[in-house]
Design a protein. Structure first.
Length: 421
């Protein structure tokens, strides 16, 4: 039995399911996450079916968390890092896996892992420092560049010191090579949707009826609506269909972008724009099934080094995907290659609206795309196979750590008998 501390800052559904799978294999798993993060969450509490070796550890910093101010957010991230480090020190695991974590907070986690002698696995969901650098360079052209270099150096050092690095796409490998990360320690395991918890359901379900959405046609966006997502594209959809009472644009989201939609809805009287907060994970399958088309957006800067995980849950739901993302983005490539929907470049507003028209206006096309999406999910999102690959990574990380400790141990000195006379 291996003691694992799996830290997913965001509390995503699929990562919680990985913890369950590893615990079911006999590992003792503590699944930690940031309790105050406003994004969508998975099933983050033990159930009667969960093994006794699984526990959940919500990490709290004792203060409201905000992303509105970079300076304020930075100090909160430091507080979070200290709290996460304390949780690791209390658990004393043999292996720490950490992903989705602000760079400075991650530094505390790395140090805590080393302090208790644990192997450290860096789970790279995106390059946080690169995203921060691009955002700050736009907002603070001079100061932002310097801050970006600091974050980049920090993240590079974390990856280079890790016993293993898990990338979610081969596309990221060029960056880790450029940073000097040992290729022998790099593993590629694509993200997956929580297919076992997202069956393909009918549109006319209890959640849809509760929200008056069981009839007509619905374009839906779910999940975080943050700095790397363009809410204007969703508002454009509402404007497009404002005079068509058969179509509603439903946004089930949290994040800084929601305020822009609230403003547009009020100012322009977009009554067909339905804004709802994030729903409990137990209702996710019903929520997604209510959609005729599931929409996702990601900005160009972020789209190079980020794969929107919401799209993977969309595929599980068996609904066509309308995606605005760079063509080289992994999600865009999947949707295009598998015929799961339509994709456009993030700046192509006319193409975005035309793609929405094409999907909403053709029921047969929606059915074909939705079925293709579900088939892709059934082929690729097999949790047992994912758990196999992670166990191999954990074994490699443990071996790497032992070798490093062995290499760094001082050579034995000769005893008195071996001294030269």
């Amino acid at each position: 039995m291996t003691s694992i501390f799996l830290h997913d800052y965001a509390g995503h559904p699929f990562q919680a399911e990985l913890s369950r799978a590893l615990a079911a294999r006999g590992h003792r798993v503590t699944h930690a996450y940031f309790a105050a993060d406003s994004g969508p969450k998975g099933a983050l509490a033990r159930t009667a079916d969960d093994p006794e070796t699984l526990s959940f550890a919500p990490i709290d910093i004792g203060a409201p968390y905000t992303k509105a101010s970079f300076v304020r957010r930075r100090f909160l991230d430091l507080d979070y890092g200290r709290a996460a480090a304390a949780a690791i020190a209390a658990a004393r695991p043999e292996i720490v896996i950490s992903g989705n974590t602000p760079t400075e907070a991650q530094s505390f986690i790395v140090k805590a892992a080393r302090a208790c002698g644990a192997s450290f696995v860096y789970w790279c969901q995106d390059f946080y420092s690169i995203a921060v650098s691009k955002i700050l360079a736009r907002k603070l052209p001079v100061v932002g560049a310097g801050v970006g270099l600091y974050y980049t150096a920090l993240e590079r050092a974390q990856m280079r010191s890790a016993d293993a690095v898990v990338l979610i796409t081969e596309d990221f490998a060029a960056q880790t090579r450029a940073w000097g990360v040992d290729p022998a320690r790099v593993h590629v395991i694509p993200n997956w949707g929580a297919i076992d918890r997202i069956p393909q359901l009918d549109k006319n379900n209890a959640w849809a009826r509760e929200h008056g959405l069981s009839g007509g046609r619905t374009v839906m966006y779910t999940g975080t609506l943050g700095l790397k997502h363009n809410p204007a594209l969703l508002a454009d959809l509402a404007r497009r269909y404002r005079n068509d009472d058969r179509v509603r644009v439903v946004v089930v989201a949290a994040g800084v972008g929601v305020a822009a939609l609230e403003q547009a809805k009020a100012d322009e009287k977009l009554d067909n724009l339905v804004l709802l907060g994030l729903q409990p994970f137990e209702r996710l399958a019903e929520t997604l099934a209510t959609a005729d088309v599931l929409a996702a957006v990601i900005e160009r800067d972020a789209g190079i080094f980020s794969v929107p995980s919401k799209v993977l849950n969309y595929l599980c739901a068996g609904r066509p995907v309308l995606l605005a993302a760079p063509h080289e983005n992994l999600a865009a490539r999947i949707v295009g290659a598998e015929g799961c929907g339509l994709t456009v470049e993030p700046e192509d507003r006319d193409g975005w609206l035309a793609a929405a028209d094409a999907l909403l206006g053709d029921e047969a096309r929606r059915t074909v795309a939705g079925d293709a999406a579900r088939r892709y999910a059934e082929r690729h999102f097999v949790l047992a196979a994912v758990a196999d690959r992670f166990e191999a990574v954990l074994a490699a990380a443990t071996a790497s750590r032992k070798n490093e400790l062995s290499d760094s141990a001082p050579a034995p000195t000769a005893g008195r008998e071996g001294q030269m006379r």
